[in-house]
Design a protein around this ligand. Structure first.
Ligand SMILES: C[S@@+](CC[C@H](N)C(=O)[O-])C[C@H]1O[C@@H](n2cnc3c(N)ncnc32)[C@H](O)[C@@H]1O
Length: 203
């Protein structure tokens, strides 16, 4: 395993790699070191990213919170979809994944902290509520108490018209999410490594 990590590390150092390829490599390298927190070996593909941002109506989007941004594949599409007046707070626990050097727009705020601290960061930015939460957190691998805390914060801070969108590789989290959100619609995305379920939840 160490040899594998070393080989990928040197691949990351080499020149002439496209930024997209480099960030995929970076993600893979992190995932083999820490699969438990990352929960995937590759960033979400186009179909999954499209399904995650589809519920967003740009006219109703003043603040979006992204949880588990990884190397930024969803963040990049989010910033294209909404106006520059919409604030996007992107949480990622691994500081080396979501990097300021990857040139995001001014309205994207990168937060290297645990998703359980959403409220603290909203307060710091003087934001009272959220219109959409887009989450890639690997819920099944996060301790139950922490998941409950995150879901309670999301519910408390979400506007009545808003949606909480979460993807998972199984339907196992439906019961946990259902304790906080009454209205859950599930969309299956087969064309992704791995096929995924997108939960679109309303209060
Ligand atoms: C399955 S990856 C998804 C990454 C990216 N959004 C995508 O769709 O490819 C989940 C991400 O959540 C991050 N993560 C896991 N637990 C977290 C937590 N408690 N707070 C913030 N980020 C977390 C991991 O580091 C990882 O980058």
């Amino acid at each position: 395993m160490n040899l594998l990590v070393k080989n990928f590390s040197s691949a990351l150092d080499s020149k002439n790699k496209s930024p997209a390829r480099m960030s995929k490599l970076r993600f893979f390298l992190h995932s083999i070191r820490d699969f438990k927190t990352i929960g995937s070996v590759t960033p979400s593909g186009k179909y999954l990213v499209d399904a995650l941002i589809a519920p967003i109506d740009p006219k109703n989007a003043r603040c979006i919170v992204e949880l588990g941004a990884g190397e930024g594949c969803v963040t990049r599409e989010l910033q294209k979809k909404v106006s520059d007046d919409c604030i996007i707070l992107s949480f990622e626990i691994h500081e080396t994944l979501l990097r300021p050097s990857d040139a995001y727009k001014k309205n994207v705020i990168l937060i290297h902290d645990d998703a359980e601290n959403i409220k603290k960061h909203l307060d710091l930015h003087n934001i009272k509520s959220i219109d959409y939460v887009i989450s890639s957190l690997p819920l099944a691998q996060i301790p139950k108490e922490k998941v409950a805390k995150i879901l309670a914060s999301v519910k408390e801070l979400l506007e009545p018209h808003g949606s909480y969108v979460q993807y998972q590789y199984s339907l196992l989290s439906k019961k946990t999410i259902g304790k906080h959100f009454k209205n859950i619609r599930v969309k299956f995305v087969p064309f992704n490594i791995f096929p995924a379920f997108v939960y679109i939840c309303k209060k």
